[in-house]
Write a new protein. Structure first.
Length: 381
């Protein structure tokens, strides 16, 4: 009889089955910020507020306790399963079966970029779905936890989207089917209206929250002007290159830039037949700069006059020296010396007009000492 009474009391008062030795513990994949942003505010829902010590401490909208009697708020498990003081129990006194959703709506007046909470006594795996300000969602797993002791069967779960510009967290939904405990729901946001920040910091924080760049309005204006200039320069450069290539294509039939054309013309070898029937190898540049014409002129002038000069070189020589009174028009004392390969004879001065070596011999024969005139030039007296 005593055994039956004990069994009835055990069934009438449910005891949470917070252990399942066949489960494993893994950490939900999350991203956390390592740098504390300027103006960051951290709020933590501990459920320990108010005079009674079991009121909310934040404006987070939590699941109602009247939710099919599956939600309960008390301090029964304080000090166990990661709970500290008052906490919220989900799937209260329920073990397995169908899953249920528990929605936590975050304060609308804040742009929240991080949410974290402690969840303990999770025997069966569940999920947590985060809804963003653009109505997109992110679902992460809540893994079942292995029981190794009442003080260790819990997990801290954190979800952070600080690095995603203009995206924030509006709410999260925990989906489970087993009696679990939740405490210390922490939210993070930047208070851009705080009076402790200077106006420029407020601007930087607001702009970062809007489009992901921490800058003042003036810095933004300067950056946008510089970027616009760069974009315009890139457009103009691209247009100039296209015009350049089009012009070269019309002239040469090849779609190429000026640099590409210059390199090709400087290196491409073309075989050309000269006027005398011989062949020569020339680059396109040499063809265009008149090199072939000059080669033809040298060949003709060498045959006619014995000098491999161009017509222009001959004209320059004649106009500058005017050697019309010189032997063979070779003004050797001037630039005419450039026309000669060598001089052969007893006295190179003969070509100039007066054989000075022979004149010296004649003076000596006449008894005249040529050194008597070393300070004068008798030829010019």
């Amino acid at each position: 009889m005593f055994f039956r009474i004990c069994l009835a009391l055990f069934l009438a008062v449910p005891i949470p089955a917070f252990a399942d030795e066949t489960t494993t513990t893994t950490t939900t994949s999350t991203t956390t910020t390592t740098t504390i942003p300027e103006g960051q505010v951290v709020e933590t829902e501990t459920f320990d507020g108010g005079v009674s010590g079991n009121d909310q401490t934040t404006d987070i909208v939590i699941p109602e306790e009247e939710n099919n009697n599956l939600v309960n708020i008390d301090d029964t498990w304080s000090g166990l399963y990661g709970m500290d003081g008052t906490h919220i129990e989900l799937e209260y006194q329920k073990h397995s079966g169908s899953t249920n959703d528990y929605t936590f709506t975050l304060p609308e007046e804040h742009d929240i970029y991080e949410v974290g909470f402690t969840i303990g006594a999770v025997n069966n795996a569940g999920t947590v779905e985060y809804t963003h300000s653009d109505d997109t969602t992110q679902t992460n797993d809540i893994d079942a936890q292995t029981y190794s002791g009442d003080n260790t069967m819990f997990e801290d779960i954190v979800y952070n989207i600080y690095d995603q510009a203009n995206l924030f967290i509006d709410k999260f939904v925990i989906t489970i089917n087993d009696w679990s405990l939740v405490d210390d729901i922490e939210i993070k946001y930047i208070d851009i209206t705080t009076t402790t920040l200077d106006p420029l910091t407020i601007q930087r924080n607001a702009n970062f929250a809007s489009y992901g760049i921490s800058e003042t309005d003036e810095e933004k204006s300067i950056r946008e002007e510089e970027e616009a200039i760069i974009v315009q320069q890139q457009i103009e450069y691209q247009q100039a290159v296209e015009n350049e290539m089009a012009a070269n294509a019309e002239e040469t039939g090849l779609l190429e830039t000026n640099y590409e054309r210059e390199y090709r013309e400087a290196t491409e070898i073309i075989v050309v037949v000269l006027d005398d029937g011989s062949e020569g190898e020339y680059t396109q540049n040499e063809i265009q700069d008149g090199t072939i014409d000059r080669e033809n002129q040298r060949a003709v002038n060498e045959e006619l006059y014995g000098v491999a000069l161009t017509d222009e070189q001959i004209e320059k020589y004649l106009s500058s020296e005017k050697p019309y009174d010189c032997c063979g028009s070779l003004k050797a004392e001037g630039s005419g010396i450039r026309l000669l390969k060598r001089l052969t004879g007893n006295d190179p001065n003969t070509l100039i007009g007066l054989p000075l070596i022979q004149l010296t011999s004649m003076l000596i024969n006449e008894g005249v000492d040529p050194f008597d005139f070393q300070n004068t030039n008798p030829l010019r007296q």
